[in-house]
Design a protein around this ligand. Structure first.
Ligand code: GLN
Length: 210
């Protein structure tokens, strides 16, 4: 049996504990990442929900910005939920003027896209990539994906109401992102999908001798 993949959760701000729990439940060896040396030890990384402007500032203050960009560019699998989706996006709409992202995903995300009246809501989404029953998606001041590059696979869209059709989950190569928070529902299928992406990446890299 192969060992469980070691997956970090970026732990400068946001709902770190919920992701650690969900990753463990999905079969990973989960750990926090606050320092470049800790980043080097992980096979994949989750960027949690929280506040992307704060996370961006802290990532830079902790000297993690460049190491994170470099590892993502070198093919480390990463999954971002909500603020984490914003951090992984190449482009932001309605970001703060000085806000930077780690990038990697060829998407434009719109921050706080669902507006003030519908700050938070829940909806059942049918997501082919995770199969089975619909997934309860919890949106909290969530972004949506406004524009996707050609290499981006849309995994889920809003199904009801005025935002119907808006893209809320995407995958591109080894990067995965959701506007919603699967870490808070106890349904671990998204984390299982990510753990499998990390296992596949590890197998692929060891075959190619990396
Ligand atoms: N609105 C937050 C942001 O812009 C994201 C909210 C969340 O992660 N729940 O970063």
């Amino acid at each position: 049996m192969t060992t469980a993949p070691r997956i970090g959760v970026l732990a400068v701000q946001g709902d770190v504990r919920e992701h650690l729990r969900a990753l463990e439940a999905a079969g990973a060896d989960a750990t926090t990442v606050r320092r470049p040396a800790e980043l080097e030890q992980v096979d994949g990384l989750v960027v949690p929900g929280g506040e992307s402007t704060t996370m961006d500032k802290l990532v830079r203050a902790f000297d993690l910005h460049e190491p994170l960009r470099a590892r993502i560019a070198a093919g480390m699998p990463a999954y971002g939920s909500c603020a984490g989706m914003i951090m992984l996006a190449d482009r932001i709409a309605d970001g703060r003027a000085d806000q930077q992202t780690l990038g990697g995903l060829d998407i434009t995300v719109r921050r706080n896209a669902f507006g003030r009246q519908v700050d938070s809501f829940e909806e059942d989404l049918h997501i082919h990539a995770i199969g089975g029953a619909p997934l309860r998606a919890v949106f909290i001041r969530a972004p949506w994906v406004e524009e996707c590059g050609p290499g981006v696979e849309v995994l889920a869209t809003v199904e009801e109401g005025p935002a119907a059709g808006r893209v809320v989950a995407v995958r591109q190569g080894r990067l995965l992102a959701t506007s919603f928070h699967p870490e808070v529902t106890g349904d671990h299928r998204f984390h299982e999908l990510f753990v499998q992406m990390v296992r596949d990446a590890r197998a692929e890299d060891s075959r190619s001798g990396q």
